[in-house]
Design a protein around this ligand. Sequence first.
Ligand SMILES: Cc1cc2nc3c(=O)[nH]c(=O)nc-3n(C[C@H](O)[C@H](O)[C@H](O)COP(=O)(O)OP(=O)(O)OC[C@H]3O[C@@H](n4cnc5c(N)ncnc54)[C@H](O)[C@@H]3O)c2cc1C
Ligand code: SF4
Length: 322
Amino acid sequence: MKPFDYKRAASAEDAIGAAASGATIIAGGTNLLDLMKLEVMAPETLVDINRLDLGQITVSGDGLRIGALVTNSDLAADKTVRRDYPVLAKALLAGASGQLRNKATTGGNLLQRTRCYYFYDTAMPCNKRDPGSGCAAMEGFNRIHAILGASEHCIATHPSDMAVAMLALKAVVEVEGEDGARSIQLDDFYRLPGDTPQHETVLKPDELITAVTLPAPVASTQIYRKVRDRASYAFALVSVAAVIGMEDGKIAHAALAFGGLAPRPWRNDALDRALVGAEPSAALLEEAADILLEDATGHGGNDFKIPLARRTLIAVLEEATK
Ligand SMILES: Cc1cc2nc3c(=O)[nH]c(=O)nc-3n(C[C@H](O)[C@H](O)[C@H](O)COP(=O)(O)OP(=O)(O)OC[C@H]3O[C@@H](n4cnc5c(N)ncnc54)[C@H](O)[C@@H]3O)c2cc1C
Ligand code: SF4
């Protein structure tokens, strides 16, 4: 690990000022420190935000406001989350391990980096780590890589379980920077790789995530299904977050989001629209999978994700609509 300076922020302004001068924010450190040890990231200064007052979960209007420093363990255990947003609690508990969840924070989880092996291996070309160097995964071992939304420059997947559930819940990210505060729909927060895979979100370098807000809960069945290589302590090959409301035998509300498939937590408006107002049937669920996978492209090692995503989506919809 390269030497670095360390300072503790006493206020949000302090953290924003330090970030504007090039410091890297550290929260739980569970992703950042791993990357620093491997010298994938080598910040000259860390600014620790753990003393800021961003650790509260509060009812806000009809919804919920989750401070950026709320840990994944506390969020999964929160009574309101378990009752009104169970897809979020399930996604959090499907991620990492108990010890990691005790340190991992809401803001850090949204900004964790890809688990692409070549991104972690500084001896290999990687456009995300070293723009313009190439993508070793394209012709390499790409079993865990993206089948949707990727580009010729990067086929890495986004690893967060929490963000997938938050996307299905239509969460909003609150940020503060030198130009003030702004709210960003989570759906607009992540960028696709295109020819600049190093830019993963719309966050500016001086911006601090302060909270995530969830809108009022909808009457629904909520499911998070994660398919992975081991029963615990493994990232998703495919995951589906579903928030499905039924009325008079028809689907009245449908919000689906997917992990493991794309460089960002993925959703598809056309898929949600095809479900709303329809009566569940085998044909409808096949049609939903066709819509999701219309543009899916495998890269050899990950071709299996296309039928796996189809089966997982259909199984989740069968369960949510019965
Ligand atoms: C072995 C292992 C297994 C794991 N398995 C899973 C899994 O199955 N599913 C899953 O979803 N995750 C998994 N994780 C990832 C884990 O959830 C993340 O490492 C964690 O959520 C990151 O949060 P953190 O607070 O530790 O972030 P940090 O490591 O502190 O920071 C991560 C990034 O976010 C930035 N940052 C942090 N907070 C803010 C803020 N408020 N504003 C602006 N920038 C900020 C930092 O600068 C850094 O770039 C795993 C991790 C490990 C090590
Ligand atoms: S898939 Fe993306 S992160 Fe992985 S090697 Fe290629 S450019 Fe790097």
